[in-house]
Design a protein around this ligand. Structure first.
Ligand code: MG
Length: 388
């Protein structure tokens, strides 16, 4: 029997984490879950632990530790708490692939630990590359670690680039659904509610990324993610709105030829692809029919209605710690919007003002990123508090 690959799922109770465990159940002969990590969804983590019998379980929030430890007593599963232990556990020798599915900046430290330990990484935490793409790429050069993108658009680029020379790429064309406010007049955005913003037309995702899709910050993040994954300058990455989310992205080559990857909008597919590499995993899931691709449409994004797209290109061009500042302010502003503390358009204002304030660091070290993140969060918080 072929030895099963042992996987670590960081953020196992979130949307991508749960779907990763679906894939582990779909191919029990290929994958064994070695480690699952959740922030504070104790009950679901316990259920996952009882089902998958991992070697290690981490509940990051210490106030949930007792509940998880008691529920798993006598099962032989090691239960840990705190976030520092995650960096040690992903580096354990039996772990083959680390799926980074946690939300936001918090994914950075454990991704770095996985790179240092030479693990394969199925990268779902796009903020890691947004915040510190340059540093991550430098670390990858000195490591046997490889990044496989889980984001559907970046998985599409990956598939289009198989067998191609990266020097023959002239443009990456990143598709965007346009989110829930695609057809709404710009003036109405000032009064949209959290419930409106959480109603994504094509994808069921966690709250933070759903708001990022409504502002299109998510697409700006993905542009920066693509820049670092494929070494293509932001000037050669275009964003195109494609409301049906069937074409997951396209690559244009120097001879004018364009390759696209198409599939139904289901995150299981890019997860299955990333975990199956270098091969493909067969599945019985529903296939596309002509009806799914008979009416595909594409149009240019509206940069005035979604100004964070422009902000993201600006951050990518300026480089250094600027994308880290943008990400930190966005995390604070989105959390405040989800708490009904600020309006939808205040997300953009908070980010722009924080970026205008933050001191520039051209070549940040890891410690510079940590400091930039903390200071930018504090500044964005102060803007929001002063407004209330
Ligand atoms: Mg995506």
């Amino acid at each position: 029997m072929v030895q099963r690959r042992k996987i670590a799922v960081l953020g196992s109770t979130g949307s991508i984490g749960r779907q990763t465990l679906d894939i582990a159940s779909e191919y029990p002969q290929l994958f064994e879950v070695d480690l699952i990590v959740a922030n504070r969804s104790a009950q679901l983590l316990i259920e996952q632990a009882l089902k998958f019998k991992p070697h290690n379980v981490v509940i990051a929030s210490e106030d949930c530790y007792q509940q998880v430890a008691q529920a798993l007593e006598g099962t032989g599963i090691n239960v840990h708490t705190g976030s520092a232990v995650v960096a040690q556990l992903v580096a354990e020798p039996q772990v083959d692939t680390v799926v980074t599915a946690m939300v936001g900046y918090s994914g950075l430290e454990s991704t770095i630990a996985a790179i240092k330990a030479g693990k394969k990484i199925a990268l779902a935490n796009k903020e890691t590359l947004v915040v510190a793409g340059e540093l991550i790429n430098e670390m990858l050069k000195d490591s046997t670690s490889v990044l496989y993108p889980v984001d559907s658009e970046h998985g599409a680029f990956y598939q289009c680039l198989v067998g191609e020379d990266i020097d023959n790429v002239s443009r990456l064309i990143l598709t965007a659904s346009g989110g829930p406010f695609r057809t709404m007049p710009r003036e109405q955005l000032a009064t949209v509610t959290k419930a409106d913003a959480l109603r994504h037309p094509n994808w069921a995702m966690g709250a933070k990324i759903t708001i990022d899709s409504a502002t299109m910050m998510n697409k700006g993040f993905e542009m920066i993610e693509a820049k670092w994954l494929y070494g293509i300058s932001q000037e050669h990455i275009d964003i195109v709105v494609h409301p049906q989310s069937i074409v997951h992205s396209m690559v244009e080559f120097v001879d004018g030829s364009v390759k696209a990857q198409l599939a139904l909008p289901d995150m299981h597919l890019p997860i299955r692809y990333a975990l199956g590499l270098p091969g493909r995993l067969a599945t019985q899931e529903r296939r596309m029919t002509v009806a799914d691709y008979a009416n595909l449409t594409f149009h240019e994004p509206d940069f005035d209605k979604f100004p964070l797209l422009r902000t993201a290109y600006d951050a990518a061009r300026r480089g250094g710690n600027v994308p880290c500042v943008m990400n930190a302010a966005n995390e604070v502003a989105v959390a405040a919007f989800l708490d009904d503390r600020i309006g939808f358009n205040d997300i953009y204002r908070t980010i722009e003002r924080t970026m205008a304030w933050a001191p520039f660091i051209e070549k940040p070290s890891y410690d510079d990123y940590v400091a930039t993140n903390a200071q930018s969060r504090a500044y964005a918080e102060s803007l929001i508090n002063n407004k209330e």
